[in-house]
Design a protein around this ligand. Structure first.
Ligand code: HEM
Length: 384
């Protein structure tokens, strides 16, 4: 299939990719293992680097593509450069300040998109971006990372759920799609910010609210998600649906843990909640959407191949081992071993996705028993 040359904006994936690699290096150090780069600083910045530097840059890039205005690229540029500054031997505050500016630029991008067409799912995403600004600004002000967790979680969870709500409407064949889900999710998004602020001053109340809000969000958005129907299809659509549904389950696990255990700022419970959200939900959702987002950003197709199931299954199986055997059962070796398997799963997905882009679409031999091709394409952002 003829392809257009990659767009220069794809260069912004370089700082995001470096942030991911350095974040994984920091993860090895946090697990108490040897890492290619043994840097105390990289270990210290692992969380914000992964959330704001890696995923934040990718989200801001995708939003800038949707906005189609050159200034929109300021947001992913600031976040990407901010990530690199976190890694460099310069004062930490430089990186923190750049990340804060990047999240503010992201809010401005959202404002411009909102002016074109206000919509409730977009409001949920804006609340997510506000949560990112909250996290970055609080970090810059000297608040320690464990206390920022609800803000970091809010950024990625609200952004992704907003996108899912929007796409659930696009994919629907009936008009019965509840705007109720959108109204509820917007209210819950607002409640999230309130709960995150409460958690800073009244942790017991704040974390109870956070747990309840997260569980209700999963119930509201998860049940409205087209993935519940598309899981019964085949090929890419089924792959995406499986990754998304597994993500919702992990989000519910995180919500239930916060609800039952209350404030968690360190230890096994902290590790379990954070990675249920960030690996189980966020990375699974990224894996689900990569075959539709990446082509919009780099202008090259990422053809689906069944081998993509391998990193997806490895991610969830290793996370289950980490949470159950490592965190809940208290076997430190299991945390380390399954943590390494988490890293392998992520890197394997990146390599397979890159290989699939380079190789292009597999030659299409007609197969009698092949299920119907993927139902309506789930396109992110590009629909705006
Ligand atoms: C790929 C495999 C990963 C491994 C092995 C890993 C490992 C770890 C470990 C061992 C900790 C310390 C937990 C504790 O203090 O009890 C940690 C913290 C954290 N991780 Fe990960 N992580 C991974 C991926 C991610 C991803 C993808 C994200 C976000 C997108 C993320 C976000 C965080 C955050 C926010 C913290 C808290 C940092 C802090 O308290 O300073 N991690 N991670």
């Amino acid at each position: 299939m003829p392809t257009r040359p990659a767009h220069p904006r794809a260069l912004l994936l370089i700082p995001a990719g470096l942030a991911l690699l350095a974040g994984l290096d920091g993860a090895l150090l946090l697990l108490g293992l040897a890492a290619p780069v043994s840097s105390e600083r990289w270990e210290q910045v692992h969380g914000p680097l992964m959330v704001l530097g890696f995923v934040g840059t990718v989200i801001a890039l995708e939003r800038a593509v949707a906005l189609r205005r050159p200034w929109g690229y300021l947001a992913p540029t600031l976040l990407g450069v901010g990530a690199l500054a976190l890694l460099a031997p310069i004062p930490l505050r430089a990186g923190q300040a750049l990340l804060t500016l990047g999240t503010i630029a992201l809010l401005l991008v959202y404002r411009a998109i909102w002016r074109r067409g206000p919509a409730l799912p977009l409001a949920v995403e804006i609340l997510g971006a506000a949560s990112a600004t909250g996290a970055a600004a609080l970090w810059l002000a000297g608040v320690a990372v464990p206390f920022l967790a609800p803000w970091l979680v809010g950024f990625l969870v609200l952004t992704i759920l907003g996108e899912r709500l929007e796409l659930s409407v696009v994919g629907l064949t009936t008009t019965a799609q509840p705007p109720r889900a959108q109204v509820l999710a917007t209210a819950l998004g607002g409640l999230w910010l309130l709960a995150a602020a409460t958690a800073l001053v009244l942790p017991t109340v704040g974390y109870l609210l956070l747990g309840l809000t997260l569980l209700t969000l999963v119930a509201v958005v998860g049940t409205a998600d087209v993935a519940r129907r598309t899981i019964r299809t085949g090929g890419l659509t089924r792959f995406m649906a499986a990754a998304m549904l597994a993500g919702y389950v992990w989000l519910a696990v995180a919500g239930a843990t916060w609800l039952v255990a209350g404030p968690l700022w360190q230890g096994p419970g902290y590790d379990a909640v954070l990675h249920a959200v960030f690996l189980g939900f966020v990375i699974s959702m990224i894996i689900a959407h990569a075959p539709v987002i990446l082509p919009a950003v780099i202008r090259r197709p990422l053809p689906y191949r069944p081998v993509l199931w391998v990193p997806l299954v490895l991610l969830h199986a290793s996370l289950l081992t980490r949470v159950l055997l490592g965190d809940a059962w208290g076997v430190p070796a299991a945390v380390a071993a399954s943590g390494v398997a988490n890293i392998v799963a992520l890197l394997l997905f990146v390599m397979l996705a890159a290989g699939s882009v380079v190789l292009g679409a597999p030659s299409s031999r007609p197969r009698a028993a092949e299920p119907a091709p993927a139902a309506p394409a789930l396109t992110l952002g590009t629909t705006r």
